[in-house]
Design a protein. Structure first.
Length: 726
């Protein structure tokens, strides 16, 4: 019966056999967390301490729940019937169906999806005559969800909880929304936990019943719990106190969606007499990779502390490579070349991954991989140009170039909202068919006839005037500035700025990246043609593909080779995160870096560029402070002469970057030389001619970049290949 225990190391076995009383298992990356959870589950059943129905096991994903069920079944040799095993939401939905009447619902209540929530919120807002363009249902939904994640019912909202929304009317709208849900016999996903927690708080007999029912509680990924999940678990654990939480405080990276790392940090205070077992033997990564990760995360103050060590019984393995490059173009080229080289040596692309801090970073790698024919996939998201915000911006650009592009017109005529509903669109289509013109021309005709009136008429008139203005600007200011202006003046950027959802900042960054991409092309036509080719480039059934994803999406995954690009101040750690959350935000960024490094089994390549493009301009970048926190004996630093000089110049700006320059760069197959400076094609004072801007005088020369005072177009920066001697 105890053969399954012999497969565990001493730390894992201690976690499995300590079944009475509260237990926190600090499971470092790759230390066998899932094995401990499932073996502990089976151990409780095999030793007859409880029936399957007396164990409550909570996971964060349905996939993890299925995996645990399958493993427990395999260990028992037969299905375990009556299990309470599932996600927080699934288990709470099951409980709420049993006690729905307590909160004014019936057991057949409906669970609303996001679209239904938004429609209902819009109805509530319109019923009090609130402008849903200025104060969006999306923003209100995000506020209400955060309150529910914190366990706040409408009655529990205080002045300290109010937010700047619709002149402080959010609590009133929240109460009206909850009342409307009750009338519809419905609940949203936030209600599942909120209602059940309220029931357990206010109904002692129901709480006592669950205390009697559940002898053991098992909780996975405890570091990712939010306040309401924590309260629910605390209430249920008050019975037998046999709660086992498995997690890793060093991998708590989801505060932006409500997770509270403090939940795991205060476990010993919450549960008197709690035992802590640390799983520190990592069976995934080589010793140098683990040393790099351990050295980095040791700089965090808010942690319980553990040190990963290799469980492979060897100390071999290549060091973590830190590669400095001239610019972000060279960085994408380096990753492509290294991936191709590894592929030629027999390594599968499926065992390689590029992990980025923000989704916008994937664009340069996608385009490089397409150029060299390297199959890739985006994990946990869409390809860059397939994302909704990129498609919207491209639709605006298409309509700017081709006014009769009806598909583009239909996509963005009501994005952001301009009051153009189905009735208006039908009228536009009828007018277009009747006179054989485009939808934009039909809109102009109906406006001239006075057929489009009121707010929708005014909005469409402003829409058309905007395109007239932007087309004129295109001829004078160029496509980069024009599209940037269009996205601002159309209200599209403002729409995402007002959106309070966690995804909104990433969407804005993607739009900035798209504007940056425009600078790589001479004309708007060239850019749009390029996008069309990129969108057509599918994998043709290719299964061996390199993975690209954000660091957040990579948690729980592992690869033989991991590329970690963009380790620069402001990008990683994220300046926005540090501005919003200070030291707490910096420590979460460091945990994110730790997660990235520990995804690698054999090879970890970290890179940073001395120059990155911001809109149409190049800016110098400072190496991330995290690079200096990596232990010297686990790292090999590579970079060329120009890069070292750039670092020396940057050192006074950010002093902690300076020690990196003292590490001796190592030559070898991984070295990517910096791009050498070219001989200047023009000198200050030269007269030149540009096809669009006409004649001008060179004011400054920086490598291939010229600053030119054009006679009619003013001072502009252009690449030298786009001008010729006057």
């Amino acid at each position: 019966m105890t053969e399954y225990l012999t497969r565990l190391n001493p730390e894992q076995r201690a976690a499995v056999e300590h079944v009475d009383g509260p237990l926190l298992v600090l499971a470092g990356a790759g230390t066998g967390k899932t094995r401990v959870l499932t073996t502990r589950f089976a151990h409780i059943l095999l030793t007859r301490r409880a029936w399957p129905s007396q164990i409550l096991a909570v996971t964060f994903t349905n996939k993890a729940a299925r995996e645990m069920r399958e493993r427990v079944t395999a260990m028992l040799g037969e299905p375990a019937e009556g299990l309470w095993l599932g996600t927080f939401h699934a288990l709470c939905a099951r409980m709420l169906r049993r006690h729905a009447a307590v909160v004014g619902l019936t057991s057949s209540f409906n669970i609303l999806d996001t679209d239904d929530q938004l429609r209902l919120l819009k109805q509530v807002m319109e019923s009090v005559r609130l402008d849903t363009k200025r104060w969006t249902p999306n923003a209100l939904m995000s506020i209400i969800q955060k309150w529910k994640d914190r366990g706040l019912t409408p009655a529990r909202i205080t002045d300290a909880d109010t937010v700047d929304f619709a002149h402080n009317r959010a609590p009133e709208l929240y109460a009206a929304y909850q009342a409307r849900l009750a009338e519809l016999n419905a609940a949203d996903f936030g209600d599942l936990l909120l209602h059940v927690t309220e029931i357990l708080r206010t109904q002692p007999d129901i709480l006592a019943d669950y205390h009697h029912r559940f002898r053991y509680l098992l909780v996975d990924e405890y570091q990712d719990t939010n306040t309401i999940q924590y309260l629910w678990l605390r209430l249920l654990a008050q019975g037998h106190h046999n709660i086992c939480c498995v997690g890793d405080d060093d991998q708590s990276i989801y505060s932006w969606r409500g997770a509270e790392v403090e939940n795991i940090l205060r476990f010993e205070r919450d549960f008197e007499g709690a035992k802590i077992v640390r799983l520190e033997s990592n069976y995934r990564s080589t010793a140098p990779i683990l040393a790099a990760a351990a050295g980095l995360i040791a700089h965090n103050e808010g942690r319980l502390g553990k040190t990963l060590r290799s469980g492979r019984n060897d100390s071999a393995g290549e060091k973590v490579r830190v590669i400095g490059l001239y610019d972000s173009i060279a960085e994408a080229r380096m990753v492509g070349e290294k991936a191709e080289a590894l592929r030629r040596d027999g390594h599968r692309l499926a065992e390689m991954a590029v992990l980025v801090r923000t989704g916008a970073q994937t664009r340069s790698f996608e385009e490089r991989f397409i150029a060299i024919g390297l199959p890739y996939r985006i994990v946990g998201g869409l390809r860059f140009y397939e994302r909704a915000e990129a498609r919207d911006a491209i639709a605006y650009a298409r309509l700017l170039r081709t006014p009769n592009d009806d598909l583009a017109f239909e996509r963005i005529v009501n994005v952001p909202r301009r009051g153009v509903g189905d009735t208006t669109l039908r009228a536009l289509h009828a007018e277009a068919r009747a006179h054989g013109v485009s939808l934009m021309a039909a809109t102009e005709r109906l406006l001239d006839q006075g057929a489009l009136k009121g707010k929708v008429g005014a909005a469409l008139a402003a829409f058309l005037k905007g395109f007239e203005r932007w087309r004129a600007q295109l001829g004078t200011d160029g496509h980069v500035i024009t599209l940037d202006t269009l996205l601002d003046e159309s209200g599209y950027i403002a729409m995402w700025q007002q959106d309070k959802s966690p995804e909104a900042p990433g969407r804005i960054e993607n739009l900035r990246e798209l504007v940056r991409a425009l600078a790589d092309f001479d004309t708007l036509d060239g850019f749009l043609d390029h996008v069309s080719l990129v969108m057509e480039n599918e994998e043709q059934g290719e299964t061996d593909r390199i993975s690209m994803m954000t660091l957040h999406a990579a948690k729980g995954l592992e690869f033989d080779t991991v590329f970690l690009p963009g380790w620069e101040e402001g990008l990683f750690p994220s300046q926005r995160t540090m501005d919003e959350s200070g030291l707490k935000g910096l420590e979460e960024e460091r945990r994110l870096a730790y997660v990235g490094i520990t995804r690698a089994r054999k090879t970890c390549v970290i890179s940073h560029a001395a120059n990155r493009r911001l809109y149409a301009n190049w800016q110098m970048s400072i190496p991330s402070r995290f690079l200096d926190e990596l232990p010297d004996d686990a790292v090999e630093v590579e970079g060329g002469h120009d890069l070292e000089r750039a670092r020396m110049l940057q050192a006074p700006v950010f002093s902690s970057a300076f020690p990196l320059t003292a590490r001796k760069p190592l030559p070898g197959a991984w070295e990517q030389p910096a791009r050498p400076k070219r001989d200047a094609s023009y000198a200050i004072g030269d007269r030149v001619f540009h096809e669009k801007f006409g004649p001008g005088t060179v004011l400054a020369v920086d490598d291939d970049k010229l600053e030119i005072d054009f006679d009619k177009a003013g001072t502009r920066k252009v690449i030298d290949r786009f001008v010729e001697p006057a």
